[in-house]
Design a protein around this ligand. Structure first.
Ligand code: FA5
Length: 366
């Protein structure tokens, strides 16, 4: 056996015996590294005569190839073994109960916004939105409340110190009614929209909060009358409260932007300490509860929005979303809606997986 042969046999044996990638790398350097014996043997070829070289070179080249292949094969085997060992080490015990992952829930207000958007969509209404930071022209003036109108004082308004470039006062909208104006200006008539969203008034007790939610409704078309308003609200409430015995009472009222104006009351009774909607408010054990305002759009408002009142009529309504949520789902104190107490949310929240939800669309844009 030549010296080269015995060196090769020794190297192949060491490679076969390597138990780690590090040990294998040592063997690679010892043979094929710059100062490895294969590299040194290759260097000796330079000093040989051509005849000697062609006699010696094939054996050295063959030894280099054989050792390189042996190293590659061993490397693959060691890596596979390492992976196998890792898989054994990191086995997951699927019989263990998984730790409970905290899961959020849909806020009742978002849920109710989804529900009413779906019901009104069935009646042909689109969802419209407007800014929560409004100017006093959209919030008051175009709704027939000029600067000196006493009705402005009925809304406890949060004003900003600045004005718009046109000199209008900037405020947090006190109702969703400015969306009526924006929709009429943007899309002209006919119109059939609802506008759910946040509104702000400086007000706080068990049934009033400084931020609350309303849903505006607006229909503008030809030959629209109060009967359409009553049918629309009645149909909506029957679908929303999932009861056929919903009784509405339209009570004469006053809003500068509707004429005539009617307050919308619904009959209810008290079961335990819960108010349950349904039945005639004048029946024994029943009473009426106000849910919102409504009426025929004042012709002056149509004019402000650029529509000809001789050609177009409309009805509008504004309902308190938080109030109808309390009624449907049995909460007593409105303030808890906005305390952010996770226990309240766990109790009254809805699973987003139980039914499809639009809240990302409606709530986030409003
Ligand atoms: C309005 O805001 C009118 N824009 C409604 C309207 C629209 C009338 C279109 C005619 C045509 P009002 O201030 O009454 O009206 O408020 C409407 C409803 O919002 C109330 O019936 C009540 O359900 C709710 N609401 C009013 N203030 C609060 C409050 N601070 N907290 C919670 N809900 C409130």
């Amino acid at each position: 056996m030549t010296e080269l042969d015995s060196q090769k046999q020794a190297a192949l044996a060491a490679i076969a015996g390597a138990t780690s990638l590090e040990a294998l790398e040592e063997q690679r350097l010892a043979a094929l590294g710059k100062k490895g014996w294969v590299s040194l043997a290759l260097k000796t070829l330079g000093q040989m005569s051509p005849d000697e070289r062609s006699a010696a070179a094939p054996a050295i080249q063959a030894a280099r190839t054989e050792i390189a292949e042996a190293i590659e094969a061993k490397k693959a085997a060691l890596e596979a073994a390492e992976l196998e060992a890792q898989l054994v080490r990191e086995t997951i015990d699927l019989t263990l109960p998984a730790p409970a992952a905290p899961r959020g829930s849909v806020h009742p207000v978002s849920q109710v916004m989804d529900e009413l958007a779906e019901i009104f969509a069935d009646l042909g209404f689109a969802v419209a939105t407007g800014p929560e930071i409004e100017d006093d022209w959209h919030n008051f003036t175009a709704l027939n409340m000029d600067e000196t109108h006493p009705a402005r004082a009925m809304h406890d308004t949060f004003y900003f110190p600045d004005r718009t470039p046109e000199g209008r006062e900037i405020l947090l909208r006190t109702h969703t009614s400015p969306v009526q104006i924006r929709s009429m200006i943007a899309q002209s008539a006919p119109i059939r929209i609802i506008a759910p969203g946040r509104v702000y008034r400086s007000d706080s007790d068990a049934t009033h909060t400084p931020m609350f939610h309303q849903v505006e409704g607006l229909v503008v078309d030809r030959d629209i009358h109060l009967g359409h308003l009553k049918w629309t609200l009645e149909t909506f409430f029957k679908a929303f409260f999932e009861r056929e015995d919903i009784t509405l009472r339209l009570r004469p009222s006053y809003f500068p932007f509707t004429e005539p104006s009617v307050e919308v009351d619904v009959g209810y009774s008290v079961e335990g300490n819960r108010r349950v909607v349904g039945g005639h408010g004048d029946a024994p054990g029943h009473a009426w509860m106000e849910l919102g305002g409504s009426g025929m759009v004042n012709p002056r408002v149509l004019e402000f929005a650029g529509l000809d009142p001789k050609e177009w009529q409309g009805f509008a309504f504004g309902l308190g979303i938080d109030r109808i949520a309390m009624l449907k789902y049995g909460m007593n104190d409105l303030r808890a809606f906005f305390d952010g107490d996770p226990r309240w949310l766990r109790h009254y929240g809805f699973s987003p997986f139980d039914q499809p939800t639009l809240s990302a669309g409606v709530g986030a844009r409003a």
